[in-house]
Design a protein around this ligand. Structure first.
Ligand code: FES
Length: 106
């Protein structure tokens, strides 16, 4: 089974099975991964699903949109590879992906 790993700020990791077509936010919240809240339900409007993609995966996950940037740049923990997990669609191509969570969500 293809998996994505969410790594909390303290280093605790959570392997989650990929469900094709769901967002990474949906995968995380349905697996009760701490630190991913998804308050707006995936509308890119709350910023509570901030993830940090490792540099080697940015080419696969893609770059964030202007709308994502508007939300993410309000976070002091925003970096170049920050994404909103609700805007990244899961697929088998993401098997093995590890994403870090910021210490605090907005
Ligand atoms: S769930 Fe609200 S911005 Fe992603």
């Amino acid at each position: 089974m293809a998996t994505v790993t969410f790594v909390e700020h303290d280093g605790t990791s959570h392997d989650v099975d990929i469900v094709e077509g769901e967002s990474l936010m949906e995968l995380a919240t349905s697996s009760a991964v701490p630190g991913i809240e998804g308050d707006c339900g995936g509308e890119a409007a709350c910023g509570t699903c901030h993830i940090i993609v490792s540099d080697e995966w940015v080419g696969t996950t893609g770059l964030r949109t202007d709308r994502e940037s508007q939300m993410l740049e309000m976070s002091p923990e925003c970096v170049t590879s920050s994404r909103l997990a609700c805007q990244v669609v899961a697929s088998g191509a993401l098997d093995g992906l590890r994403v870090r969570l910021p210490e605090f969500q907005m």
